[in-house]
Write a protein of this length. Structure first.
Length: 225
């Protein structure tokens, strides 16, 4: 009688299990959701204050999944900045083009009212948020920008897009006669960018709600005709 070796349970060689271990696994996470969790952590703790272990725990992924999908910590951070820019600029343009208002307000939706709304939104959702207190890009400009030219270029390009969006709104205000005579929309846009991100710096330095709101009022006062 010929013995059927294939019908018996035989121990597998170690190389077999090693082969299974090394086989690529199907991703068990949503890359975009994991990226958003990384964004949240970097925003709250900063680049240097966020360890690789922190990222793995917060993103709920393995080290190998991190490297396979996003690369190393710096590569992940660059992807986070791109994600932040896409979300922030989309929201900003929505507000400044007056499509983001969901409730009626007393004043007509002029360009200056849209700019005021944008500042109020930024103040409420970013500056006055205890865990953040400032824009991720502004934080990055101070923390990482001076020592990393590539990241500095990303931040500079982002600020340029913010300036362009504000300039477009101010140009509409200028055409409508809302601005002071002799006002230069581009210079005003740069002033507003400086005011906007200065709020985050002052918030992190301990400025209170009343002081921050006063800064917004004074910063926008130069626009009134």
């Amino acid at each position: 009688m010929v013995q059927n070796f294939y019908a018996q349970e035989r121990p597998r060689p170690r190389a077999y299990y090693q082969h299974l271990h090394e086989m690529p696994r199907i991703k068990e996470f949503e890359p975009e959701a994991a990226l958003d969790r990384a964004l949240d952590l970097f925003w709250r703790r900063g680049y240097e204050g966020t360890s690789l272990r922190d990222l793995l725990d917060h993103m709920d992924i393995s080290r190998q999944s991190l490297y396979d999908t996003f690369g190393d910590k710096r590569s992940l951070f660059l992807k986070v900045l791109a994600r932040y820019e896409a979300l922030a600029v989309e929201g900003m343009l929505d507000t400044l083009t007056r499509t983001g208002w969901s409730r009626p307000i007393e004043r007509p939706l002029t360009a200056l009212v849209a700019i005021r709304g944008f500042f109020e939104l930024f103040l409420a959702e970013v500056v006055l948020d205890r865990d953040r207190g400032s824009c991720l890009m502004a934080n990055t400009a101070i923390e990482v920008g001076p020592t990393d030219p590539e990241i500095q270029a990303v931040v500079r390009a982002y600020f340029g897009r913010v300036e362009d969006a504000l300039h477009a709104a101010l140009a509409r205000a200028h055409e409508a006669g809302e601005l002071r005579v002799g006002s230069e929309p581009r210079a005003l846009a740069r002033h507003l960018v400086n005011t906007l991100y200065g709020l985050g710096v002052m918030s992190r330095a301990g400025a209170g709600r009343a002081a921050l709101r006063q800064m917004v009022d004074v910063g926008l006062s130069v626009l009134v005709a």
